[in-house]
Design a protein around this ligand. Structure first.
Ligand SMILES: CC(C)(COP(=O)(O)OP(=O)(O)OC[C@H]1O[C@@H](n2cnc3c(N)ncnc32)[C@H](O)[C@@H]1OP(=O)(O)O)[C@@H](O)C(=O)NCCC(=O)NCCS
Length: 240
């Protein structure tokens, strides 16, 4: 179970791959454009997931209404995400952190990625850590992307992956070294991401963050993001 598999059921294509932090869990994502699966289609998918050797399954983030067919089959809420939006106005007023001048913000090189993954593994709780494949997925999620690191001397202390598709931007991943938080590192990265989206004629930028993530919510609010009414849910099926 190391590769992505596609399970085709009627018009639907379920993409299945091992979850980053536990390869016994199937991460289930819908290929774009196929529609929303009904209960019978999800049940068929689960049966095939078992045949592939997985013991349990985790969905991608979806809106709460879409989750009802999954819930009727025993999926429960693993996490709830707040969707926050920035309208890209007043970018000139944004401050990128009081200590912004202490650090260098630059394009990530391939050789920076192990350090980014190390920060990721220390910044996020184990279940949500990314591996190299997950980071590559975050980079590939949109037609164009910006991958920035913050350096203190020559050491990577924070990173951000931002994507853009059409007039929408997305903060895909953001983390600061836990030993160096509350010094403006993430603010610098987010302001850089917003300005990049603005220069590329995006109209709005979105970020999803766990409702329990106070640090991230405060950070985004401070920089002008507003919470939308549309929470997303990530659902888990224990295989029982
Ligand atoms: C969220 C995170 C990226 C913030 O990084 P950071 O470099 O410490 O952020 P900054 O220093 O730029 O903080 C800017 C503001 O955000 C808010 N903030 C940051 N961390 C906070 C915390 N732990 N509690 C409350 N507010 C916090 C504050 O308003 C802060 O301004 P202040 O220090 O002047 O009060 C960092 O905590 C992290 O890596 N967390 C784990 C990964 C994560 O949650 N990523 C975001 C997922 S969407």
């Amino acid at each position: 179970m190391t590769t992505t598999e596609t399970i085709n059921i009627g018009r639907l294509h379920f993409r299945i791959r091992p979850w980053h932090s536990d390869s016994s869990i199937a991460h289930v994502a819908m290929a774009p454009g196929g529609g929303v699966p009904d209960t019978a289609e999800i049940a068929e998918c689960l049966s095939r997931i078992r045949d592939l050797g997985y013991r349990s399954a985790l969905t991608s983030a979806m809106d709460t209404a879409e989750g009802s067919a999954y819930r009727s089959l025993g999926f429960t809420e693993r996490d709830r995400l707040r969707v926050m939006r920035h309208d890209l106005t007043d970018l000139d007023q944004l401050k990128g952190g009081d200590r912004a001048s202490d650090y260098t913000c630059k394009r990530a090189r391939k050789s920076d990625k192990p350090e980014c993954l190390d920060i990721d593994s220390r910044a996020f709780e184990p279940f949500w850590r990314l591996d190299a494949g997950g980071l590559a997925d975050a980079e590939a999620a949109t037609p164009s992307r910006r991958f920035r690191v913050i350096l203190d001397q020559k050491r990577v202390i924070g990173y951000a992956v931002t994507g853009r598709g059409g007039q929408q931007g997305f903060i895909q991943r953001l983390a600061t070294d836990p030993d160096l938080q509350r010094r403006g590192v993430a603010s610098l990265l987010v302001v850089d991401a917003l300005r990049w989206c603005g220069r590329r004629h995006a109209r709005e930028v979105f970020v999803n963050t766990q409702v329990s993530n106070v640090a991230a919510t405060r950070l985004y609010e401070k920089l002008g993001f507003v919470t939308t009414p549309n929470d997303l849910v990530v659902l888990f099926w224990s295989g029982d």
